[in-house]
Design a protein around this ligand. Structure first.
Ligand SMILES: Cc1ncc(COP(=O)(O)O)c(C=O)c1O
Length: 382
């Protein structure tokens, strides 16, 4: 089955009992048991719920894994995966990883003596040099955000396997429609399903997929023991969102291409970050492991333009955190997603004050371009 069809008919397709073409919403906390130790597959909804199970089976199939798990947020999914490790274990982490992932390791798991080290995972030799006895996993995100650094998933997975480590990939930005890390050798895939999978900025959800039964049993135990599960209603919304992922993504990407053409010709923009137009080495690796470049772009405004005025003057594109919804969202990494990083480190990383991140929506591209043109005309200071 092709992925476009799998998104609609994969996993548990409809309801075998009634013929309903959509998975029913099972709003129940518990289930009648027919006798001692005799239940019908469900006992309590933290442990298992048919609507959540439908999205869990679907994401496992889409990512080519053995089992999927639904969590109340992307961070709850990441947290559950971190709980696979124990005190004094160490995780190597992409240096540009999502800030919340860094924060949970730095401020929460550190208290439990789980160690981490930030590494430029685009440099395989550097990663290899960091593997010591205590390292148990390599956690990567590719492309990263907002600077779109690329990590070779196949290369990292091979290196990890050689040393008996797990490879964990946050696949939020690409989704299984564009990139399937388990097929490239990864052990665990994570999603903030809040983003493209949900697709409508109306839910918070996280998903994890594992590539073997042993990890599946351990992660299910953690999911049930710690309880950060995805609610039946959000599971149902998420299934609904996933069904249109392919058409949304195609339109997101088409708009992104047209917007990049516009930005490239505009003197107000001095640099654009997007997989596919980054440096040659990154392009080559990204094109090998992902179908397309996605729909997240970052760009730097020329100093003659005031970034705050630009953002305030947009009428259609919304200044907001988050990404991956049908509506275009824009953000200012230096004061929003990366505000916690000291300015000098930010500057070193390339997160300058006039860097803008845009999650390109599926509106009519001419309206998006007009909005940006108008805002640029107001933001010009000299
Ligand atoms: C790449 C990435 N991973 C994980 C998360 C966390 O997901 P959530 O906000 O659903 O907890 C985010 C949120 O922005 C993200 O961008």
């Amino acid at each position: 089955m092709n992925i476009e069809t799998q998104l609609i008919h994969g996993g548990i397709d409809g309801d075998p009992h009634t013929g309903a073409v959509t998975v029913p919403l099972y709003l129940t906390s518990t289930y009648k048991q027919d006798g001692i130790g005799n239940h019908r597959g469900y006992e309590y909804s933290r442990t298992g719920n048919p609507t959540r199970e439908a999205v869990e089976v679907l994401i496992a199939e889409l990512e080519g894994g053995v089992a999927g798990f639904g969590f109340a947020s992307g961070m709850a999914a990441t947290t559950a995966v971190m709980m696979l490790f124990k005190a004094h274990d160490k995780i190597l982490l992409s240096s540009n990883v999502y800030g919340g992932t860094f924060r949970v390791l730095d401020k929460v798991f550190k208290n439990f003596k789980l160690k981490y080290e930030l590494v430029d995972t685009s440099n395989l030799e550097l990663v290899a040099s960091k593997i010591t006895e205590d390292v148990k996993a390599i956690f990567i995100e590719t492309p990263t955000n907002p600077l779109m650094h690329i990590t070779d998933i196949d290369g990292i997975s091979k290196l990890a396997k050689k040393h008996g480590l797990l490879t964990i990939v946050d696949n939020t930005f690409m989704t299984p429609y564009l990139q399937q890390p388990i097929m490239l050798g990864a052990d665990i895939v994570l999603h903030s399903a809040t983003k493209y999978l949900g697709g409508h900025s109306d839910l918070i959800a996280g998903l994890a997929v594992v590539n073997n039964k042993e990890l599946a049993e351990r992660l299910h135990f953690i999911q049930n023991a710690t309880g950060g599960v995805l609610s039946p209603f959000d599971s149902w919304l998420l299934i609904r969102g996933i069904k249109t992922l392919a058409v949304r993504m195609d339109r997101h990407i088409e708009n992104t291409g047209k917007l990049i053409d516009f930005l490239r010709q505009n003197k107000a923009i001095t640099r654009i970050y997007y997989p596919g137009i980054n440096n040659h080495k990154d392009n080559k690796i990204h094109n090998l492991q992902a179908a397309k470049g996605g729909a997240m772009i970052s760009f730097v405004l020329d100093n003659a333009y005031n970034p705050d005025k630009f953002l305030q003057s947009l009428k259609l594109i919304t200044l907001a955190e988050s990404l991956g919804g049908i509506e275009s969202l824009i953000s200012h990494p230096a004061t929003m997603t990366h505000a916690a990083i000291p300015p000098e480190i930010r500057a070193k990383l390339g997160i300058v004050d006039n860097l803008i991140r845009l999650s390109v929506g599926i509106e009519n591209i001419n309206d998006l371009i007009s909005d940006i043109k108008h805002a640029l005309s107001i933001a010009k200071e000299v």
